[in-house]
Design a binder for this molecule. Structure first.
Ligand code: ATP
Ligand code: MG
Length: 248
């Protein structure tokens, strides 16, 4: 069976900077693939090509074995690709339900915004994803980082994301909150989503991911199953830009 996502020979330059240089990476349904690498390695740029925020100079994206045309965030959404950025695009003054359905509001047969149904749907999905979530009526500005993160994830899941991109979802979170997001990721994985996860925390990535891919200076150093590598292997890939698995 074809992988859920195949990014093949992707390149993009900004002025003189080759931000992503001939990078290939795949993602299976139910798989979490982590992207690691120093600041400026090209991680965010690579996933922004998949989410339609940037247009690649060359390369191909295949989804479910079909060549895909992704030139805008709207195209990405049509392929059921949803992105969750570290700086969450939530409307602070609105509650969880309004955020979940922002721009895609449910309406009554007469065309009015159906607040009751949106709240009921939000309750349902939060019960599944994060049963401890109780603050349905409060503006999301009153939520913790992890709770905000779960609203964003609920939004993606409700609208049938099959491919989820999470760029440093736990960077601003405390220990407890990070554990909550880790649980959510496991739940989404069980539901068959494919997830690209970016983080700087190598240990966390070894726990959460099936495979970790390391980038350096825009190039892909290697993508290895976590059970095949040690944390030291990963660190040397990040620092030296060499894959000990290939050199051996
Ligand atoms: N919109 C842009 N315009 C110009 N240069 C950019 C742009 N976006 C990224 N770059 C450059 O591309 C390179 C890769 O940046 P990118 O944000 O992908 O790195 P990253 O691996 O996500 O780093 P970090 O871990 O700091 O988030 C960097 O040299 C960066 O300065
Ligand atoms: Mg980044």
């Amino acid at each position: 069976m074809a992988p859920l996502v195949e990014m093949k020979n992707i390149s993009i330059a900004f002025g003189g900077v080759q931000a992503v240089d001939d990078v290939s990476i795949s993602l299976e349904a139910g798989e979490v693939v982590g992207l690691l690498g120093h600041n400026g390695a090209g991680k965010s740029t690579l996933i922004k090509i998949l989410s339609g925020a940037y247009k690649m100079d060359s390369g191909e994206i295949w989804i479910d074995g079909q060549k895909a045309q992704i030139t805008s965030p709207r195209d990405a959404r049509d392929y059921n690709i949803e992105t969750i950025y570290q700086t969450l695009a939530l409307a602070d003054n609105l509650d969880a339900a309004s955020n979940l359905f922002l721009g895609r509001e449910l309406t009554t047969p007469l065309g009015f915004v159906d607040d009751d149904r949106m709240e009921a749907e939000t309750r349902k999905i939060m019960a599944r994803l994060n049963p401890n979530f109780k603050k349905l009526k409060e503006p999301v500005s009153a939520l913790s980082g992890g709770q905000r993160q779960s609203v964003a994830i609920a939004r993606a899941v409700y609208f049938n994301a099959k491919i989820l991109i999470m760029d440093e979802p736990t960077a601003a979170l405390g220990v407890h909150e990070t554990a909550m997001v880790a649980d959510l990721i496991q739940e989404l994985k069980k539901q068959g989503l494919g997830i690209f996860l970016i983080s700087h925390d190598t240990r966390e990535m070894m726990e959460l991911c099936d495979r970790v891919a390391v980038m350096k200076n825009g190039r892909m150093i290697g993508a290895e199953r976590v059970e095949d590598v040690t944390e030291d292997d990963i660190l040397s890939m990040i620092i030296l830009g060499k894959n000990p698995k290939v050199a051996a």
